[in-house]
Design a protein around this ligand. Structure first.
Ligand code: NAD
Length: 454
């Protein structure tokens, strides 16, 4: 669905006219995005200002300089007054007290106006488990800064790493956040753990998913189609699944990208066993499972039929959770259907966090999916499992929203626009590749810092 305000914002003439009007018209900022394959030019033209206010020499600093340079970007530690920067990265190291927060204020106060449009503010802190006050404070600060930066199309996020051992994983995550692929994520806190066996040590950034086999549900259109396309772009073997009613579009879209097709109604009671057979009779094991298919059947609970509740639960929660259990096969001697070091990503919604009028069924299912992600992570299986909570994303699902409501929903977040399926797909790719190896059990909000539940 076209966002006419955003189209105007992209047009230099319209911008000039808007600037001359006697009343103020604020057009949404144009975000820089990148959808071409990853390569060693990923950060070309970007200057990153690195400020260490954590004291002791930081593992982030040396790694960051090296990896930014290897992707054709530049890291500086001092900024001349006439220069702008693509990103400000602040390393708090093991900082822990109120004076460190004052230093943080001073640094951001000095440089925030130097960040270019669609830029990044990233704060890294080596989390001290005993210091909840510091963590809560930083979390609230990035949400505030994300809201201040939103009108410039820029974002603010906080990365917490557990120890020096998480160095490689932290480096990979920082690179992804610095890239144009994270344009719609703001005001969030992410925890980086040490999964160094699979971390991207050498930053060879081509064909991120070469040799991996991935299943993507709901691949006929919208977010699922973009995930399938971007996975193929990065060299994965993709099996796209969708409802039999979508047979024609699934086949033509998957043919166009060289992916395999499997038709299955995920609400059927035999859906899990059919997909297990698909894996057994095909690749034997898979590397990546993306639970993307989802539906809404919105009604106030007084008007909602039991069948509306059940179908929404079945597609959005029951199938993905049962399938995941089968893939991981907890407590069994059978070789799991997903490989050691594999990835599972559950596509949820901010409605699963904040709830929404007329969506109690969808909220129940998407909330359960987020909880299931955490439960599965705590069991320490061999695969990383994460959820994505989408905000307003421009797809057929949001096209169904009445026009006025849709326009309001689109403008509510800090970036004043809807996200694109590619924003979600690039995040799924990050979590599914070695770049995201340090991240598991978390919920990534891809919502432009939507206020609901944030
Ligand atoms: P979409 O409606 O464009 O696509 C959903 C896909 O899932 C379709 O191809 C559909 O055929 C498939 N599907 C639905 N029921 C199925 C079934 N029973 N069996 C097999 N396939 C089935 O939606 P989208 O916007 O691309 O949404 C993708 C995911 O993102 C969903 O889980 C949705 O809940 C979630 N999400 C989307 C938004 C948004 O703003 N678009 C916001 C929050 C969450």
């Amino acid at each position: 669905m076209t966002d006419y305000f955003l189209e105007l914002a992209k047009n230099p003439w319209a911008q000039k006219i808007a600037a001359k009007l006697p009343f103020s018209v604020s057009l949404p900022p144009v975000l820089n995005r990148k959808e071409v394959p990853w390569d060693d030019q990923e950060l070309a033209g970007k200057t990153v200002l690195f400020v260490n206010i954590g004291g002791a020499s930081s593992y982030v600093e040396s790694n960051l300089k090296k990896s930014v340079a290897s992707l054709s970007g530049k890291t500086i530690t001092e900024l001349s007054p006439d220069k702008k920067i693509a990103a400000l990265v602040i390393d708090l190291g093991k900082a822990a007290d109120v004076q460190d927060l004052a230093n943080l204020y001073q640094t951001i106060h000095t440089y925030i106006k130097k960040i270019q449009t669609s830029g990044r503010l990233l704060i890294h802190w080596q989390k001290n488990a005993k210091n909840e006050a510091f963590e809560a404070s930083l979390s609230a600060v990035v949400k505030s800064l994300g809201r201040e930066l939103g009108k410039y199309g820029s974002t603010a996020n906080l990365l917490l790493s557990e120890s020096n051992a998480a160095g490689a994983a932290t480096q990979s995550a920082l690179i992804w956040f610095l890239s144009d692929r994270s344009a719609f994520i703001s005001g969030q806190v992410f925890y980086i753990e040490n999964h160094s066996s699979t971390a991207q040590q050498d930053l060879a950034m081509t064909a991120l998913l070469a040799g991996r086999t991935a299943i993507v549900t709901g691949a006929a259109r919208g977010i699922g189609l973009l995930i399938a396309r971007q996975f193929r772009r990065e060299g994965a073997h993709v099996i796209g699944i969708d409802h039999p009613s979508q047979s024609d579009s699934l086949k033509s879209e998957m043919d166009a990208i060289g992916a395999d097709v499997f038709l299955q109604d995920l609400a059927d009671t035999n859906a899990v066993s059919n997909i297990k057979n698909l894996i057994h009779n095909g690749p034997g094991q898979i590397d990546i499972m993306i639970h993307n298919a989802g539906i809404t059947k919105d009604r106030t609970i007084a008007n909602m039929q039991a069948s509306d509740w059940e179908r929404v639960m079945q597609v959005n929660y029951t199938f993905p959770s049962k399938m995941t259990m089968e893939l991981l096969k907890p407590g069994s001697a059978i070789i799991p259907l997903i490989k050691e070091g594999g990835r599972i990503v559950n596509i949820s919604s901010i409605v699963g966090i904040a709830g929404n009028f007329g969506q109690s069924n969808y909220a129940a299912a998407k909330g359960a999916l987020i909880g299931h992600t955490k439960d599965m992570h705590k069991q320490k299986y061999g695969a990383n499992i994460n959820a994505i909570a989408c905000g307003f994303i421009e797809t057929k699902m949001t096209e169904k929203i009445p026009p006025v409501m849709r326009e309001i929903a689109r403008r509510m977040n800090a970036l004043k626009q809807g996200g694109l399926p590619a924003d979600v797909a690039e995040t799924v790719l990050f979590l599914s590749s070695s770049l995201g190896s340090g991240i598991s059990g978390q919920t990534f909000r891809v919502c432009g810092l939507h206020p609901a539940g944030a």
